[in-house]
Design a protein around this ligand. Structure first.
Ligand SMILES: Nc1ncnc2c1ncn2[C@@H]1O[C@H](COP(=O)(O)OP(=O)(O)OP(=O)(O)O)[C@@H](O)[C@H]1O
Ligand SMILES: [Mg+2]
Length: 527
């Protein structure tokens, strides 16, 4: 436009990136008040008639033909001496207010300056291939600033540009344009944490993710507290189960600590005998699991073992009481069973297995989730189930902060710590990261951050790597269905603002319209 620039045709990097003069939005600037280029941030004068939006990805060219800077617009300001309060006051006082302080964009006294955060450099190698590098050179003043074509964004973020290679989650926003956002396949095996306050779109997003997992044939097991996934599971041809009804776990494979969690009030003597007896059975159970991928050890076997051991120890009476307690606890507990049930064979076949746990107490939920985690990880280690993704909504209840250690939280925590090696991806959803085990959040390489309140934001932002302060400051105000996704740099080079795509499946928990629901309730009362 105004400033003469090197030609954009030819074999230089501008040509390779497809930058044309129509895409130019400004010129890098230097000013004592409005700033000068640093390694992190570069101010630029916005050309007349250009209206780049906040968050737009930009390219800054320089003298060199073989590299450019790229970045993102993070702030802006307009300077207009005729609109300073004192001038405006004078206009009114002297009745000369008819003169418009800002007649057009072209007004010579109106100056617009924006700042771009520098994300990196794009280099052209000898073979005319593009490589992306860390920022290393200082940007120059008086040089062209261009809006980056949206289709180049995936390459800069180092994410796939085809949904064959990843999960189509939504669109990356760049100012007024956008491009499909494909989360790299690898992200899922290195665990996801989905955080945000209530009603911002976390569960909706998980539905999108599950659709994508199913599209790639990756089995999903989800624990559903609010019934959010019930309809989506039907739509995807999966299976819904209800814990304690058609979803139970064999007692013999859940591990001694877990098992003891189901049998309250054992004395130390009784506990010792039960633990010994359980261990013997546990080993047997795993042998059959190894051989047949199923177990069936009636509870009477365990009771017999307890009695035998007690007699060997010369503690027949203690054994008798322990047997009684174990038997009662087992019979009363609807979550435990003697043999592997149908859900396990369905899980191997079906795209998604959704287990409703909303009707259980939190302690029971912990037990069933911990026990299932233990069983599935054991089967996975033996290659008896395929790699899968484990989805846990309301994760702060299962993995509370402050080191609270029930056996189940230990099991779940341990599974998350080691899951990657077993080909198990974990997706945790929480509205309250501050009340969740920090170590577990840190284990999740990818974070999907929806609008958060400042307290929770403080906690999460410490784990968000290279999310700029400016981007963090916008998190409390993110619109519903919009999230900042950040990850390990080898999965995704920079955090990005993503608009989550529409669901293909039904979402199970729409925000209720209380006014309508009250009317409905009153109508019901009339009958
Ligand atoms: N990307 C989206 N596109 C369209 N609608 C959305 C999107 N995300 C969320 N919504 C709407 O917002 C509502 C609330 O979203 P969602 O159930 O995902 O909230 P949540 O973050 O899981 O809240 P909670 O923590 O209370 O469970 C949904 O019922 C849906 O109608
Ligand atoms: Mg939810």
């Amino acid at each position: 436009m105004q400033v003469a620039e090197r030609s954009d045709t030819g074999t230089g990097i501008k040509a390779i990136l497809g930058l044309t003069e129509e895409m130019r939005i400004g010129t890098t600037s230097s000013d004592p008040y409005l700033g000068s280029p640093t390694f992190d941030e570069v101010p630029f004068h916005v050309h007349v008639g250009c209206r780049p939006a906040l968050g737009t990805y930009i390219i800054i060219v320089g003298d060199a033909d073989e590299f450019v800077h790229y970045g993102r617009i993070i702030s802006g300001t307009e300077d207009n001496p005729r609109a300073n309060p004192s001038s405006l006051q004078q206009n009114q006082a002297y009745q000369v207010g008819s003169r418009d302080p800002r007649p057009t964009d072209k007004a010579p006294h109106v100056t617009r300056v924006m700042a771009a955060e520098i994300l990196g450099e794009i280099h052209l190698d000898d073979d005319k291939n593009i490589t992306v590098k860390e920022p290393n050179q200082l940007a120059q003043t008086g040089k062209g600033v261009y809006e980056l074509p949206a289709n180049k964004i995936p390459q800069l973020l180092n994410i796939p540009d085809s949904s064959d290679q990843g999960f189509h989650i939504g669109r990356v926003e760049s100012g007024n344009s956008s491009v499909d956002f494909i989360l790299p396949m690898e992200a899922i095996a290195r665990h996801l944490a989905v955080v945000g306050k209530t009603g911002v779109g976390k569960s909706y997003f998980v539905g999108v993710l599950v659709e994508e997992l199913v599209r790639h044939g990756i089995p999903v097991i989800a624990f559903d507290v609010l019934g959010d996934m019930v309809k989506a599971t039907e739509d995807l041809g999966g299976c819904n189960f209800k814990a304690g009804e058609n979803f139970r776990v064999p007692y013999s494979v859940i591990g001694v600590k877990e098992f003891l969690g189901f049998v309250p009030n054992l004395t130390p003597d009784q506990m010792e005998i039960v633990s010994f007896a359980y261990d013997a059975l546990f080993n047997k159970a795993f042998k059959t699991l190894d051989e047949t991928a199923a177990v069936n050890i009636p509870i009477k076997n365990l009771l017999g073992e307890i009695q035998n051991l007690a007699t060997e120890f010369g503690q027949t009476a203690v054994g008798g009481r322990a047997t009684k307690k174990v038997e009662t606890a087992f019979n009363r507990n609807s979550l435990l069973t003697a043999k592997t049930e149908e859900w396990l064979s369905e899980f191997v076949k079906k795209p998604i297995t959704n287990i409703f746990v909303g009707h259980l107490s939190q302690q029971q939920r912990n037990l069933i989730v911990g026990a299932t985690a233990r069983l599935l990880q054991a089967l996975r280690k033996r290659e008896q189930v395929p790699p899968f993704v484990f989805v846990l909504d309301e994760a702060h209840f299962f993995l509370p902060s402050g080191g609270e250690t029930t056996p189940s939280t230990l099991v779940i925590r341990e599974m998350i710590r080691t899951a990657r090696h077993d080909g198990i991806g974990i997706t945790l959803i929480t509205q309250s990261p501050a009340s969740m085990d920090k170590q577990v959040i840190l284990t999740c390489n990818t974070r999907v951050v929806f609008a958060l309140d400042p307290d929770d934001l403080r906690l999460v932002s410490g784990t968000m790597g290279d999310v700029s302060e400016e981007m963090k400051s916008r998190i409390p105000k993110l619109a519903k269905g919009t999230a900042i996704i950040s990850s390990a740099t080898d999965i995704m080079r920079h955090p990005a603002l993503i608009k989550i795509r529409q669901r293909q499946t039904r979402h199970g928990a729409p925000t209720p319209n209380l006014a309508e629901d009250v009317k409905e309730w009153r109508k019901m009362q009339e009958f």
